[in-house]
Design a binder for this molecule. Structure first.
Ligand code: CP
Length: 333
């Protein structure tokens, strides 16, 4: 494996094989599998889980890793192309990426969306430009439109919980958040659940439709894998018989890049906070999923996060286990 960028680059069989490897490494640890291997980690955006889980995954496999981020004691990092560097920044990303990559056997890069231009973010231009500077195997640790590590871990979490693929109902719900957030998690999540063959419903208020390109991809994946994808703003209809609700906030797509327009839409949507009444007509054992970090009392009520429906800690823990499989496949073969 040379590139782990988009989960849908892999066939359903290949994903299942990666998850089987994750289970094998859980049952039969291989603490020397990646001895002598180094993973370079470049974080141009903040993280808790991704940063910690990649470092832990490398350690558990006998390898090592190092982290570079602009918050550290490095020279000011310039990311804009074609700029005259007569300001604070002393180093350009065009040199920094190949240097960092050259110290390791693979590189992970995180760079969130600029959220100014939807087409540009859908094409993942900034990430692809960074990726083109590294000549070692690459892992996308979240870009404008992809979060494949999160999706692989979420797929594993549902397998662990024996949530059915074909026939299981998966609700991806928009939730309120004071800020306009990127599309990476919802766009990866809807396609992951579709590829898992689930009955996927995207529940969102008007103005927050997922981009048609993402929905079309999800519908194609669902068709190929015996699932279905639909979209609604009707909570009762969406939640009927649901096995899972996956909450996430994202930017308005009708007002993408328009901060005030987005703000005007979302300020009337404070009641999009997942709470027990949402589960009135779901399956009794309907689970609550979220990639974290999550704002308590804003995105979801405490009693859901602290109650038996929530599997958010398990999802976060599966980040490390799923990534161990990716690293093993990438660096050991
Ligand atoms: N879910 C996730 O990617 O978490 P971090 O942003 O903390 O890495």
């Amino acid at each position: 494996m040379k590139r782990f960028n988009d989960l849908t680059d892999f066939s359903t069989q290949e994903i299942k094989s990666l998850l089987k490897l994750a289970s094998r490494l859980e049952q039969k640890p291989e603490p020397r599998a990646l001895e002598g291997k180094v993973l370079s980690l470049l974080f141009l955006s903040p993280s808790l889980r991704t940063l910690a889980s990649f470092q832990a995954a490398m350690s558990k496999l006998g390898g090592s890793s190092f982290v570079i981020s602009p918050d550290m004691s490095i020279h000011g990092l310039e990311t804009r192309p074609g700029i005259v560097m007569d300001g604070e920044a002393a180093e350009h990303i065009r040199e920094a990426v190949p240097v960092i990559a050259s110290y390791g056997d693979a590189i992970g890069i995180r760079a969130f969306a600029e959220r100014k231009n939807l087409e540009q973010d859908l094409a993942d231009r900034e990430f692809e430009s960074l990726a083109s500077l590294a000549n070692v195997p690459l892992i996308n640790m979240e870009s404008a439109i992809q979060h494949p590590c999160q999706s692989l871990a979420d797929w594993k979490t549902m397998d662990d919980l024996k949530i059915p693929s074909n026939g299981g109902r998966f609700v991806l719900s928009w939730a309120y958040h004071p800020k306009a957030l990127p599309l990476a998690v919802p766009s990866s999540t809807v396609r992951m659940a579709a590829q898992r063959g689930m009955d996927v419903v995207v529940l969102r208020p008007p103005g927050f439709e997922l981009p048609s390109k993402i929905m079309q991809d999800a519908k194609r994946l669902a068709t190929e894998n015996g699932g279905n994808v639909s979209e609604t703003d009707n909570r009762h209809e969406a939640m009927e018989g649901a096995n899972v609700i996956y909450a996430k906030s994202w930017s308005s797509t009708s007002h993408y890049g328009d901060r005030l327009g987005d703000q005007a839409l979302r300020e009337n949507l404070l009641d999009w906070c997942v709470d027990e009444p949402w589960f009135d007509n779901s399956r009794e054992d309907c689970r609550f999923m979220h990639c974290l970090p999550v704002r308590r009392g804003v995105v979801v009520a405490d009693r859901i996060l602290d109650g038996p429906r929530s599997v958010v800690i398990q999802e976060a823990n599966n980040r490390m286990k799923a990534q161990m499989a990716v690293l093993h496949r990438m660096l050991k073969g």
